[in-house]
Design a binder for this molecule. Structure first.
Ligand SMILES: *Cc1c(COP(=O)(O)O)cnc(C)c1O
Length: 396
């Protein structure tokens, strides 16, 4: 019998007894936790016993998921946050001070990019973007006051692969914290701690949860002191997640392994299929022979190309509109890692703020699409994409 000894009369006093135990993690939405005495609370705050006090500070559903992610990433004591951007914010705002300098990859996730461009400078933190495929370019950006580097292993949306080993060596030599956003690659393709990363973070919203029904993030630091600072900052600023979101994420994560294998196998097939279609100018998939970083992808990701691919249609916006319209059953939606295949069009979404010249320089024409490959039958996807590419050709 679990007694709520401080329960008021409007609260139930106990849970029903059961000699058997649930096989599914119970959802624990309680915001507050009652203690027996002030002494008992002291013991908890002083870490002599484990217990929860207030949901913003931690709750069982968050701990169940963070322990799972710790095991996957090879980290310890990781923290769940209410979104991937909450994890990015905890790192970028919780670990730097005015006067520091931060270096970011030049193809970071859009909102991370915005923090680099707007929020950090507003708070007196200087930032520089550099090309993570080229360690020399990253090295050239280093200043005496550089505190951390934030990069993604595979960039969005051109799927370039970072020189993680080169960058890790630089960070080590200069005492810079190396932060890896491992959302696209996931710990199945790479565990950044194995390569010398100091901090790993995720948008758990994407492949890990996998069903587009929860936003959640995760961050883990190698150094327990850094981890403690991240945790205190996140709890203070309210970046921590709700029990229900964690519960949903855990449910999704049970099938992550299977979903990832299926989606990446299909992505490889679809990439080759697209490359053979008239009307497709180029296909970007890290394991293809024509990908500029193929060798690095093979070595770093151990032959795992992940589930993302991009391609460029001949023809401009009319071709793109015709493609999206004809791609029946494929959601044209700015996310990734869902059970269903989704399409995004950087020119009208993530990269719309860029000038047409800047977009062209980044290789993001009106015909450029990014595909997050889901769990559909590969043959069905091939046929939908063939038909949609034909429609695009007819319209261009
Ligand atoms: C989606 C995403 C984020 C942000 O995550 P949210 O859960 O949407 O806040 C950060 N980094 C990458 C690479 C992403 O794809």
């Amino acid at each position: 019998m679990t007694r709520n000894t401080r329960g008021s009369l409007v609260r139930p006093f106990s849970l029903p007894d059961s000699a058997s135990t649930p096989v599914v993690t119970p959802l624990s939405p309680s915001v507050v936790y009652a203690s027996e005495t002030p002494d008992a609370l002291d013991a908890q705050y002083e870490g002599r016993v484990h217990g929860y006090t207030y949901a913003r500070e931690g709750h069982p559903n968050a701990d169940v998921v963070s322990q799972r992610l710790d095991a996957m990433e090879g980290g310890q004591g990781g923290l769940l946050t209410g979104s991937g951007m909450a994890a990015v914010s905890a790192v970028l705002l919780g670990l730097v001070k005015a006067g520091d300098h931060v270096i970011g990859g030049n193809q970071l996730y859009g909102r991370s990019m915005r923090m680099m461009a707007e929020d950090l400078p507003r708070l007196g933190v200087a930032t520089t973007l550099a090309d993570p495929c080229d360690a020399a370019d990253m090295a050239a950006a280093i200043r005496p006051e550089t505190r951390l580097m934030l990069i993604e292993v595979v960039s969005n949306p051109t799927l370039r692969v970072a020189d993680l080993e080169g960058i890790a060596a630089l960070c080590k030599a200069h005492g810079i914290l190396l932060v890896i956003d491992n959302t696209f690659t996931t710990p199945k393709a790479i565990r950044p701690f194995d390569y010398g990363a100091d901090i790993v973070l995720h948008s758990v919203t994407k492949l890990l949860s996998g069903h587009s029904d929860v936003t959640l993030g995760y961050v883990v630091a190698r150094d327990p002191e850094v981890m403690q600072r991240l945790r205190i900052f996140a709890v203070t600023t309210g970046l921590t997640p709700s029990p229900f979101d964690c519960w949903l994420a855990e449910r999704g994560m049970l099938t992550f392994d299977l979903r990832f294998d299926r989606a990446q196998a299909t992505a490889a097939v679809l990439a080759d299929h697209l490359a053979g279609l008239a009307g497709v100018k180029r296909v970007l998939y890290p394991l293809r022979d024509d990908h500029p970083d193929r060798d690095r992808a093979m070595a770093l990701l151990k032959g795992q190309g992940c589930n993302m691919l991009s391609f460029e249609l001949d023809g401009g916006r009319p071709a793109a509109n015709a493609f999206a319209r004809a791609a029946e059953g494929i959601a044209f939606a700015p996310t990734l890692g869902d059970v269903g295949t989704t399409l995004s069009h950087p020119a009208s979404s993530s990269h719309r703020a860029l000038s047409p010249e800047a977009r062209a320089a980044a290789g993001l024409s009106e015909g450029f699409f990014r595909v997050s490959v889901g769990l559909e039958e590969p043959e069905a996807l091939k046929s939908i994409f063939s038909q949609a590419v034909s429609a695009a050709r007819a319209a261009s």
